[in-house]
Ligand binder design. Structure first.
Ligand code: 3H9
Length: 689
């Protein structure tokens, strides 16, 4: 099938782009686009060209999968040189997303006609890149340098209406008149001024001061990102250099960034996110029209809001009137806060609140297509809820538990219809965080799974399918890291030293500050239930240091929020070390980093071996979206592949020996891959980049 076909309408040629799924500018499409534009120059009866697309995306940009292959000509720049060289005007008719290279194509056209379904943006920044086919050169000429820099740096698409207001689009029309208007504009340009190329426009020097101010601002906040520095320079070049030289410099930066570790990791993240959801085996998903959430605590109300925000009515089910009222006011307060912050307008608030009701009694779940249990993390309580649901929920409803650790199969067994039961592990705050670990039980049916994945996507979440085990993927790996934090603190490290290492690595927060925020009593209660110990964390709890809520934890919080190092914690650590008979020593930064990350990776290897996660990339997605792993590092398993698994195994073995900690010994799969000189990415063929 051709990725582009031509339709002749009187004296105008419509170039229909048709390259599913998203009209990415792969090599075939690029070649065909250039040939077609060139070929139409000699067609005497054709006065102008219209570029339109089949499908709901205009053009999603360059084909990201080609970035790791040897480039095949023509490059997108060469294609756009053909546009520039055209003797006939070209008008872009945009009725969907025009992103990255897609918008760059549109910018090389004479005019852009859009509908309100259009989304115009340059998201390259999110791939650690800058636009590489003239985006940094043509966009400032279309909308001015300040707006252009903002748009290139935030990477967010603008709506058709916004694009028209910015001057990025020439006209905003209804979908059914798009082609007609675009063809008429091509004809009018041909009969009038002829070409209207952005490259012939120039910026006046009076626009420079505003750009300098905007550039200083962005460099101040994000100057650490290499692509930000490059894009500022490129936009500035529009004042100092000729168009062709500006293009050449942009290309140089693009190619340098493309080869850099940061962009490679972010491209890995992009593709892993799209591969992580379970691909349906053809079993259709049932539509979720109404949900019920059992338990209206922080998590339950956050889950209900996620659905309401996406237009799906949600019933919060509580045990008594007082609890239902508390849940309703929790929801109201959250929306109120968003309105005060300006992120939600009054009418959207009213609509969303109108979709949530908080009722008493499990019978209130009877109408729901999907019921999500979010009660206290206690097996007996959960079993009781599922037994009730068995009698009150619809027989075809999917029943999900939001447990973060417990055995989903044991919970499912108490429902009498285990095939309709699975886990939906949301991350707090549930109305904000995108990750959902979808836990597939032993008996979970494909249709229940498909329904939940589709529902999660509809509410804008990133679902990752995982298997049943204690803590699933994320928390299971996290507990390996927590064990090492305790050990490192006992061996001689201090909380701020441990935290600094992870912050320097790219996490927003270190593990000690994180525990203080969450509350140390949560882990303590869990350890008590499972008969485990963490000498340092336990000693802190026993000293009444539960974290921010008691203004004392690993740190002091004199004002309730800002962490201050407290000498008493060091004394407490010394006592714990002494009791354990450990002579404290200076622990180096590299050792801290290794001992925090490598045991998690080791656990990830066990998780893959057991089939709890299907792909290493799925584990990365979980860590990127649930635990703040820095995106430009790609995720823990990708990071391990970058280090080399033989090196990871070697370091783990040496720490296992030095600390006599058997948990640090390389897992069998890690050992095997290390010996075979392979990476985790090689495990799933479809995962190769
Ligand atoms: C660029 O343009 C550089 C230029 O400046 C310079 C060049 C010289 N390439 O997201 P979905 C696949 S950089 C290859 O689920 P949606 C995706 O992997 C690019 N494949 O759909 C998935 O495949 P599969 C700048 C791509 O409807 C399938 O399409 N552009 C690309 O939720 C469906 O994707 C961007 O960063 C691509 N560019 O959302 C835009 N895009 O089915 C990236 C998607 O095998 N794309 N695929 O898993 C998007 O933001 C969304 O895909 C889009 C559609 C909004 C378009």
């Amino acid at each position: 099938m051709q990725p582009l076909d031509v339709e002749i309408r009187d004296d105008v040629a419509i170039l229909w782009i048709d390259n599913p799924p998203v009209n990415a500018l792969g090599f075939h499409l690029r070649a065909r686009l250039a040939d077609t534009v060139r070929g139409l120059q000699d067609e005497a009866g054709i006065v102008g060209l219209v570029l339109a697309s089949r499908g709901r995306v205009f053009i999603a940009g360059a084909d990201i999968r080609e970035f790791d292959q040897t480039p095949k000509p023509p490059s997108l720049i060469e294609v756009l040189d053909c546009f520039d060289g055209s003797g006939k005007p070209i008008v872009a008719a945009i009725d969907g997303a025009a992103l990255g290279g897609g918008l760059e194509v549109a910018l090389a056209c004479d005019e852009r006609i859009v509908t309100s379904r259009a989304r115009l943006g340059l998201p390259e920044v999110k791939l650690g890149l800058l636009p590489g086919a003239g985006g940094t050169q043509r966009l400032p000429l279309a909308i001015g340098p300040v707006e252009a820099l903002a748009m290139i740096a935030d990477g967010e698409p603008r709506s058709g209406e916004a694009a028209k207001a910015l001057g990025l689009a020439d006209r905003l029309v209804e979908s059914d008149e798009l082609l007609e208007v675009a063809a008429a504009r091509a004809r009018a340009l041909a009969g009038g001024s002829g070409r209207k190329r952005l490259r012939d426009v120039s910026l006046g020097p009076d626009e420079l001061p505003a750009l300098e101010t905007a550039a200083d601002e962005i460099l101040g906040s994000r100057g650490g990102e290499p692509q930000i520095r490059a894009m500022v320079e490129c936009v500035r070049n529009r004042f100092d250099l000729g168009f062709d030289e500006g293009m050449r410099r942009e290309r140089q930066h693009f190619l340098r960034l493309l080869e850099g570790d940061c962009s490679k990791a972010m491209r890995h993240a992009f593709l892993a996110e799209r591969r992580s959801a379970f691909k349906s085996t053809g079993v259709p998903a049932a539509e979720v029209r109404r949900v019920a959430v059992i338990g209206g605590g922080t998590m339950g109300s956050g889950i209900a809001m996620s659905f309401a925000n996406a237009g799906i009515p949600a019933t919060i089910v509580e045990a008594d009137e007082a609890a239902a009222a508390r849940a309703a006011s929790r929801v109201a307060e959250t929306y109120e806060r968003s309105v005060r912050r300006g992120s939600l307008d009054e009418s959207a608030r009213a609509e969303r609140i109108g979709r949530i009701e908080a009722l008493v009694g499990i019978e209130a779940a009877a109408e729901a297509d999907l019921v999500i249990e979010a009660v206290f993390e206690d097996m007996d309580v959960k079993k009781q809820v599922f037994a009730w649901l068995d009698t009150s929920a619809r027989s075809d409803a999917v029943l999900a538990t939001n447990t973060s650790y417990l055995d989903v199969d044991a919970i499912a067994a108490s429902a009498g219809r285990p095939e309709r039961v699975l886990g939906m592990h949301f991350f707090g705050p549930a109305n904000v965080m995108k990750l959902v670990e979808v836990v597939r039980g032993e008996a979970t049916s494909e249709s229940a799974l498909a329904t939940v994945i589709e529902a999660a996507r509809r509410i804008g979440k990133i679902p990752v399918v995982v298997g049943v085990c204690h803590g699933f993927v994320g928390n299971r790996m996290l507990s390996r890291r927590s064990e090492q934090v305790d050990r490192l603190l006992m061996e001689g490290a201090l909380p701020d030293q441990v935290d600094r290492v992870l912050v320097d690595f790219g996490f927003r927060m270190g593990p000690c500050a994180m525990s203080d925020l969450a509350g140390l009593d949560i882990g303590w209660r869990m350890r008590r239930a499972t008969g485990k110990a963490a000498p340092v964390a336990d000693a802190l709890v026993e000293a009444g240091r539960l974290g921010q809520k008691t203004r004392k934890g690993y740190y002091d919080y004199p004002d309730g929020r800002k962490a201050v190092v407290d000498g008493r914690v060091e004394m407490l650590l010394r006592e714990v070390s002494e009791r354990a008979g450990i002579a404290r020593r200076a622990v180096g930064q590299q050792e801290i980093l290794d001992r925090l990350l490598l045991p998690m990776i080791n656990e990830g290897a066990r998780i893959l071996e057991e089939g709890v996660a299907a792909r290493a990339g799925d584990i990365d997605v979980i860590w990127l979206h649930g635990y703040g792993f820095p995106r430009w590092r790609g995720g823990p398993m990708y990071h391990a592949d970058r280090i080399g698994l033989d090196e990871v195994a070697r370091r783990l073995s040496s720490y296992a020996e030095a600390t006599a900690d058997a948990a640090l010994r390389p897992a069998p799969l890690l050992k095997q891959l290390a010996e075979e000189k392979r990476g985790f990415a090689s495990l799933a063929p479809e995962h190769k980049e």
